[in-house]
Structure formats: structure tokens, C-alpha cells
Design a protein around this ligand. Structure first.
Ligand code: PEP
Ligand code: MG
Length: 757
């Protein structure tokens, strides 16, 4: 096969165009098509298999025995052809027989041919057939050849549909949707419950015409669509500048980068050169992006590719005049939104009052859109593979992410169970919401400080919703994680200022960036020699002290944002006191520099350290006199105390936060901090669980910073607790620890009427 160039793809497409326009019957058309392709690509064999009654049947061929036509049939997943259709994937083989799925069919006479390339023929996102070429000599097909085949397959799908050859089973996908209720399983991305009618984020854009009549006209359509899309992105970015989208601006900047990417528009132009319409050319390039997406291992890079996919959809909508996403058309009633994937900006376009949940075919815990959904409080279920096949527009859906499930067209029993569970959840939530303005005071009059953990601009609203005392942990690295490029000092400063503005006179404790290790940033090149154990590696303060420019920029941003007010700043993963001293000196250096420039400074700076590395506990006598506060990060601390990876599923339940070792350790730290008169709090997940929070208070801890949804339950617990009675009970339990400390503490809570929930 010679080099297949754009011109040969174009030659084929011109040929196919004539075939489509001809009056001959379907079979004659297909016979002509295989001849055109084989000739243009100089292949000895070209065959088309089409799905008939769910089985792939050889419909037309040159090169294979004609007697095999309508005789050779392969089930989905059977042989090379069945594998291509089943996985909607490309096969490119220099020696077909070596492939494990190769199925020899003697009637075809294909033993003469060594190399094989096949692509799926796709309609409505399902394979309806396979286009394959074969060659006698053993050779691999290059990317240009494969892409030419894919382009041709796209046009073939239109021809096949036009000829009425699409398998009835495929056309009748909708029929399967009436098959009664079903339960779809998925991955818990944002926990919660929601009920609504299914709405597809994007009305499916079915490409009517794939072959261009006038290439220049198609090129013009794409140009103006690109112009329009860039305008839209610029407008969204400018809106973000004015604060409506907070830190999502960084995400929009990724969009902007792609929208102006010359490589992308060039590839679309090349597809137009080969003879495709604007729509088909965009989709063709999008298919290629999706293929690359499947191959990418790096989650952050894959996320960027999703952003590009997101933009391609937008471009497709613009060029085909179908501008409205479901968001733009407005949600009519309570909605469960369905999408293959969503960009974060797209999610933000929805009316929050009507959006009750989201189901994604893809999605991951660290995706931008998941972070945004969490901030918006919208339940989200991911990795629901068959959602498109199973759910029709308008179908009734009950989403219970806690159960990792979506119930589609549920029957009355499921409805009742769901409603009962929802009532309980809502009642409990209402009871907790009623505690918003009541202070967390124990029965014996001890005021406990309950603050929230946050990381995004939108999280700050949790302060007002929960009535929390402030933000006890603001994870500044979130802004870095959702950003395509290193956030500039101005962007950091804008975020910090808006958080302080929203918090008013409630304190906000900013933790300096905790990146590195597993929180890798693609735009930050770190030469860490390949870490085997990133949690214990070059991360957090260790990295920040080595990358001073980064830390200085953040310090400046914090100091400027807090001009005229109090700044609380804490450093993560302090392992030895000198690290704290250096970090503090660095911030002080920036303060002196700003003072020299006669800039307005914070009225007061309070410095704190996080205790996450056990070694620091041995040095508290030296460190505490230098601190304004100490915050215990129990997530990292417990993984280091037990030498048990906090993300390892097998270890997830092996060690308990309520183990005597942890509790004794925490008691010792709390006592030492008290002795030095330094306020000490807990900001790990542990404090957000009612029984654990009770135990912490029993140890003498009076400050908690927890996830916002836990504020209500923890407040209720505090208000039902007699701390004076708990303290000696805890002391006794720690003196002679029972085998089941958790059980003993629950029993105590129950006997003493403490609300554990
Ligand atoms: C912790 O380790 O407990 C903590 C609060 O920090 P992070 O969870 O962000 O590591
Ligand atoms: Mg930590």
C-alpha cells in the first residue's frame, strides 16, 4: 500500500459521493465502494461487514472469495472483525494470524494476506459494521492510512444509513429503554440523593452529511465557528475576572489555551481538505482525541484532554446551529443530568435549584468537574458505562450516590423506600440546619470551636450555611490543582481576598501549598528522582522551602490579600522545628519587603504549624513557644503513626482512629500545647465523625475544623455532651484500654444520651 495522503482520502470521498448520488441498489453501491477504496489505497483486499440481526456479515469485498459474501458471519467479539465492532476500536496488524482473536474462515481465502487494518463503522455512537483492508505482505499501516480509513468509515456510515442497511436492533435502541426499571451502578463521586427527570446535557448532534459539496464553504463555516467559540470563551473568562466564577477562571484559561491552539484548527482543516463537511471534520478530529484519551495513564493529562473534548462539542454545536445545551435551554423541572463527561464550566451554567444530580459515563474523583460539583453540593455518580443505552430523555431517575446507584424508571417499591430514606435524611438535615445559630456548647458549659475545611472559593458559602466559627483549614493547593498553569500571584491574591471578604470577621487559616508527591502538578516540573512513596516524599513544606520563588509568591499574595486585617497562616508537614522557622522567616522577609514599599500590611499575623509527622511531637517543647497555634492533621498523622497508606483500600479499616495508640498520642500533644498556652485543634477527617469528635473533646481538644456537612451532626453531639463526665471516663479507658475501644466509647455515648447519629 503506498503512502495514503489527504488527496487519496479525498479521491475516495469524491468517489463515495458519486455512489451516494447514484440510483443503483444498496448491494451494488457497496460493491462499488469496496472497489474504490481498494484502488485508492492500493490494497489487495477491501471488505465491508455489516451488522445484521446482531451478527456481523460480510456484505461486500474485493480480494476475498465472492462466494463468502453473505455467508461469512461473525458474532460480536468474535474474530478480528467482531473485536473491532465490540470495542469500537481500531486494529492495525502486520500479521493478522498472530492476534489472539484471529478466527480463520476458510471460505474467504484470506490465508493469502498477512497484514490487516480494520476500523469500526459507527452510527449513533454504536458500531454498525467494520471496514477492513488487507495486504499480502506483512507490514504495519501508518497513522495517515488509519486515519484515512476512519474518515472513509464515517462517510460509509451515512451511505449505509441512507441505503436502509442499518441493523434494526441498532435503530431500535430506544425500544430497550421501555424495558422496565433497572439499577445502574457507578462510582461515588459526590455523595447525596436526588430525584428528577433525565435530561441529556447535549441534545445528540447527528451528523447528516459527511461529504462536502463545497470545500471552501465548509472551511468558512469552521472559521466562523472558531471565531464565535473564542468569543464565548473570552466572555466567560472576563466574567470570571469579575469574580462570578471565582477560581474557575484557571479552568477557563485551559479552555482558552485550546481554543486558540493552532494545531487543533489545523487538523480540522486537514480533515476538510480530505473532503469532509465541517461537522464531520470536527467529529473526526474529536474521535482522534478520544482515542488518545483512552491511552493516557496520567489522570491530570487525561483531564486536559477532556477539556479539549468539551470544547470540540461546543464547536460542533456552534457549527451545526444547535447552540443550546440543556443548560441554555433552561431546566423545566427537577433534573438528573446525563453526560458522557462535563467540563466544569458547563456544570456551572446550570440552574442549581433544579439540578438534583448528575450521572456521568466517565468522571473521576480528582476531575475538575467533581471538585466543582462537590463545592455546589450536587450529588454525582460516575463511570456509569451504559447510561446512554439504558436511559431515555425524560425518564424518571432516583439517584442515591451513597449506595453507588441510580434507579431508572423505578417501580413503586423503590420509590417508597427512596422517599422514606429521603425524608429521614432531610429531616435530619433540617434539624442540623436549625442548629446554625446555636453555639456548640457542651452541657457543662464548655464552648467548642467548630470551623470548616475549605479549598475553593465556593466552599466559603459553607460558613453561612452551617454557622461555623471560621475556616480552620483552607487548602490553598486546590487552586493549583484545578489550574492548567501555575496560578499567578495576582490570581492567588484575588482568591485569598475574596475568601477573607466572604468570611468577614470569622477567622480563616490559610495553609500554604501542600503539593508534590501524589498531588503532582503537570506544569510544575519536579525532579524528585521518581518517588516510590510519595506521601513520605518531597512534598508540602519540604518542596516549598526548596522552591522558594513559589513560596515567596504565595506569601506575598497572602500578605497583600490580608492588608489591614488579621492573617492566619500555617505550614503543612512540619517535621523539624527549623522547617517552621525557615518558612516563618520567609513570610517575615516578604512582610519586611512590603513594609519597605510602604504597602498596607496585615494588622496581625498569627503563625501555626500542622502536626502530621510524629517526630514533631518529640520537639514540641522547642516548637510551641514559637507558635500562635497548632493544628493536628490526623489524616497524615495516622498514616505515619501506623505506617499505613491512607489511600490503600485494604488498610482502610484495619486501624481505627479510636485506637488507644492514636488517642494517647493526641492526648499527650493536647496536654503539652495546653501547658504552653497554645491553642490546639484537629483538622483531619477524624474530627468530622461524631464519635471521634466526642473522643477528641474527651481528650481535651476544644477546636475542630471539619467538612461542612459534618457541622450539624457534630454540633448536635457537642450540645448533648457532658464533658466533665466524659474526661474521667476517657482517662480510665486509656489507662486500661479495652479490646474494642470504639465499642466502649459508643456504649458510653449511649448510656449518657450523647447524640451520635
Ligand atoms: C491531614 O493530613 O489531616 C490534613 C488535614 O491535610 P490533608 O488531608 O490535606 O493532607
Ligand atoms: Mg495532611
Amino acid at each position: 500500500m503506498p503512502e495514503t495522503s489527504v488527496s487519496s482520502a479525498r479521491e475516495i470521498l469524491t468517489g463515495l459521493h458519486d455512489v451516494m448520488a447514484s440510483r443503483s441498489g444498496a448491494q451494488a453501491k457497496l460493491n462499488r465502494v469496496v472497489r474504490i477504496i481498494a484502488e485508492a489505497m492500493s490494497s489487495e483486499v477491501c471488505s465491508i461487514y455489516l451488522l445484521r440481526d446482531g451478527v456481523l456479515e460480510l456484505f461486500a469485498t474485493v480480494g476475498l472469495n465472492q462466494s463468502a459474501v453473505h455467508v461469512t458471519r461473525l458474532a460480536m467479539g468474535e474474530g478480528l472483525v467482531g473485536t473491532i465492532a465490540d470495542q469500537a476500536a481500531v486494529l492495525n496488524l502486520d500479521e493478522a494470524t498472530r492476534h489472539p482473536e484471529f478466527a480463520y474462515r476458510p471460505e474467504t481465502g484470506e490465508e493469502l494476506y498477512h497484514s490487516f487494518a480494520g476500523v469500526p463503522i459507527v452510527r449513533r455512537e454504536r458500531a454498525i459494521g467494520v471496514l477492513a483492508v488487507q495486504h499480502a505482505e506483512s507490514r504495519a499501516y501508518d497513522d495517515v492510512e488509519i486515519e484515512a480509513l476512519q474518515t472513509v468509515a464515517m462517510v460509509l456510515s451515512e451511505l449505509i444509513a441512507g441505503a436502509g442497511l442499518v441493523d434494526k436492533a441498532v435503530e431500535a435502541v430506544g425500544a430497550a429503554r421501555d424495558a422496565g426499571s433497572l439499577r445502574l451502578a457507578g462510582l461515588r463521586l459526590v455523595t447525596g440523593m436526588g430525584r428528577g427527570a433525565a435530561v441529556y446535557h447535549q441534545p445528540r448532534i447527528l451528523i447528516e452529511h459527511t461529504v462536502a459539496e463545497d470545500i471552501e464553504a465548509e472551511r468558512h463555516r469552521v472559521y466562523s465557528a472558531f471565531r464565535k467559540m473564542r468569543e464565548q470563551i473570552d466572555t466567560m473568562t472576563n466574567m470570571a475576572e469579575f469574580g462570578t466564577a471565582g477560581e474557575h477562571q484557571e479552568i477557563l484559561e485551559t479552555y482558552k489555551m485550546f481554543a486558540y491552539d493552532e494545531g487543533w484548527s489545523r487538523r480540522i482543516n486537514e480533515a476538510i481538505d480530505s473532503g469532509l463537511t465541517a461537522e464531520a471534520a470536527i467529529e473526526r478530529v474529536q474521535q482522534r482525541t478520544r482515542m488518545r484519551m483512552r491511552e493516557i495513564d496520567d489522570p491530570l493529562l487525561a483531564e486536559r484532554m477532556h477539556d479539549l473534548d468539551d470544547l470540540a462539542n461546543r464547536l460542533l454545536r456552534i457549527v451545526s446551529g444547535r447552540l443550546g445545551t440543556a443548560a441554555q435551554m433552561g431546566l423545566q423541572s427537577d433534573t438528573i443530568l446525563i453526560a458522557r463527561n462535563l467540563g466544569p464550566a458547563e456544570l456551572l451554567e446550570y440552574d442549581r435549584r433544579r439540578l438534583k444530580g448528575v450521572i456521568l459515563e466517565e468522571g473521576s474523583l480528582t476531575a475538575h468537574v467533581t471538585i466543582v460539583a462537590r463545592a455546589m453540593g450536587i450529588p454525582m455518580l460516575g463511570r456509569v458505562r451504559d447510561v446512554r443505552q439504558a436511559v431515555g430523555e425524560g425518564d424518571d431517575i432516583l439517584l442515591d450516590v451513597g449506595e453507588s446507584a441510580a434507579f431508572v424508571r423505578p417501580g413503586p417499591t423503590i420509590h417508597e423506600a427512596f422517599a422514606a430514606k429521603l425524608v429521614v435524611t432531610q429531616k435530619r438535615r433540617a434539624e442540623f440546619a436549625a442548629l446554625r445559630d446555636v453555639p456548640p456548647v457542651t452541657l457543662d458549659g464548655e464552648r467548642i470551636t467548630v470551623m470548616v475545611n475549605a479549598g475553593l472559593r465556593d466552599d466559603v458559602s459553607a460558613l453561612d450555611v452551617t454557622g461555623a466559627d471560621g475556616i480552620g483549614l483552607f487548602r490553598t493547593e486546590f487552586q493549583f490543582l484545578v489550574s492548567a498553569t501555575l496560578p499567578r500571584r495576582e490570581a492567588q491574591q484575588r482568591l485569598y481576598r475574596s475568601v477573607l471578604d466572604a468570611a468577614g470577621d470569622r477567622p480563616v487559616i490559610f495553609r500554604t501549598i501542600d503539593i508534590g508527591g501524589d498531588k503532582a502538578l503537570p506544569y510544575l516540573r519536579v525532579d524528585n528522582g521518581g518517588e516510590e512513596n510519595p506521601a513520605m516524599g518531597w512534598r508540602a513544606l519540604r518542596l516549598a522551602l526548596d522552591r522558594r520563588a513559589l513560596m515567596k509568591a504565595q506569601a506575598r499574595a497572602l500578605l497583600e490579600a490580608a492588608a489591614g486585617r488579621e492573617l492566619n497562616i500555617m505550614f503543612p508537614m512540619v517535621s523539624e522545628p527549623w522547617e517552621y522557622e525557615e518558612a516563618r522567616a520567609l513570610v517575615e522577609g516578604q512582610r519586611a519587603w512590603l513594609a519597605g514599599k510602604k504597602k498596607l500590611l496585615p494588622s496581625n499575623i498569627r503563625y501555626g504549624a500542622m502536626l502530621e509527622v510524629p517526630a514533631l511531637a518529640e520537639m514540641l517543647d522547642l516548637l510551641l513557644p514559637r507558635l500562635d497555634f497548632l493544628s493536628i492533621g490526623t489524616n497524615d498523622l495516622t498514616q505515619f503513626l501506623f505506617a499505613a497508606d491512607r489511600a490503600h483500600p485494604r488498610l482502610a479499616e484495619r486501624y481505627d482512629w479510636l485506637s488507644p495508640a492514636i488517642l494517647r498520642f493526641l492526648r499527650r500533644v493536647a496536654r503539652e500545647a495546653d501547658a504552653h498556652g497554645v491553642p490546639v485543634g484537629v483538622c483531619g477527617e477524624m474530627g468530622g465523625r461524631t464519635l471521634e469528635a466526642m473522643a477528641l473533646i474527651g481528650l481535651g481538644i476544644r477546636r475542630l475544623s471539619i467538612t461542612p456537612v459534618a457541622v450539624g451532626p457534630v454540633k448536635a453531639m457537642i450540645r448533648s455532651l457532658d464533658r466533665a463526665a466524659l474526661a474521667p471516663a476517657m482517662a480510665a479507658l486509656l489507662e486500661r484500654p479495652p479490646a474494642d475501644m470504639r465499642g466502649a466509647l459508643s456504649a458510653w455515648a449511649e448510656e449518657n444520651g450523647v447524640s451520635i447519629g
